[in-house]
Design a protein around this ligand. Structure first.
Ligand code: ATP
Length: 203
């Protein structure tokens, strides 16, 4: 597909929930988080370079990336973090571009948690859809899901783009500040709009 809708939002905003609703309507989803997991699964394309850079201690018994070990290393050592990103990010960028291109549909959803923070993904999107909710709700959802403390949840939010920065680059905003049931009607309306716009683009 030549029409790429970038889907983003802060942690706990409801990106995955919204992505699922587009998938339920038959829209192909390219998810950079899922690609990162694929690349670091046993036999994943990033594993040889990661083992080379960090040694066997960063893999678990099955040969997948040991996420806890990698997270500790990346937090403790900024150089390790940038080496990790230097290996993973180009692979995620090229695989996601390939899959968007290959998707046989009028448009494709490209889910990128840090889309606002990353110019290269922004450039690739015809449209940017931001899932928005108040930060207090993000914190509630993150705490409920992961058992993090309020301080830990706040620290994660503080490391991301702000709600205002996200809204500033949004072409469309999907409001997720209440019942889950409010999402599908918004997805239905956006789906119609994206189909109409995408099918008008000359090939
Ligand atoms: P992350 O960035 O952490 O991956 P996300 O933006 O993909 O999060 P989701 O996983 O969709 O967000 O939602 C975060 C949590 O909040 C999930 O447990 C989800 O079930 C819940 N949730 C999402 N939307 C609502 C809602 N409207 N009402 C109640 N719970 C919700």
């Amino acid at each position: 597909s030549d029409y790429v809708v970038g889907l983003t939002g802060g942690i706990g905003s409801g990106k995955s929930t919204v992505a699922d609703l587009f998938v339920a309507r038959g829209v192909p989803l390219v998810d950079t988080d899922a690609i990162a997991h694929e690349l670091t699964a046993p036999g994943g394309a990033a594993m040889p370079a990661l083992l080379d850079a960090f040694g066997p201690a960063i893999a678990d018994a099955a040969g997948a990336l040991d996420r806890a070990a990698m997270r500790r290393l990346a937090f403790a050592d900024p150089l390790a973090r940038s080496r990790l990103e230097g290996i993973l990010h180009p692979l995620i960028r090229s695989l996601s571009a390939q899959r968007c291109q290959a998707a046989a549909a009028p448009y494709v959803i490209l889910a990128v948690p840090l889309l606002v923070e990353s110019g290269s993904y922004r450039e690739r999107c015809q449209r940017i859809l931001v899932v928005d909710c108040p930060e207090s709700l993000q914190i509630e959802r993150v705490m409920a899901r992961s058992g993090l403390s309020v301080e830990e949840a706040r620290a994660i939010l503080a490391a991301q783009a702000s709600r205002e920065q996200r809204l500033a680059i949004a072409d469309d905003v999907l409001v997720n500040d209440g019942e889950r049931a409010m999402l599908d009607p918004q997805v239905a309306a956006l789906h119609l709009k994206y189909l109409q716009t995408a099918m008008k683009i000359p090939k």
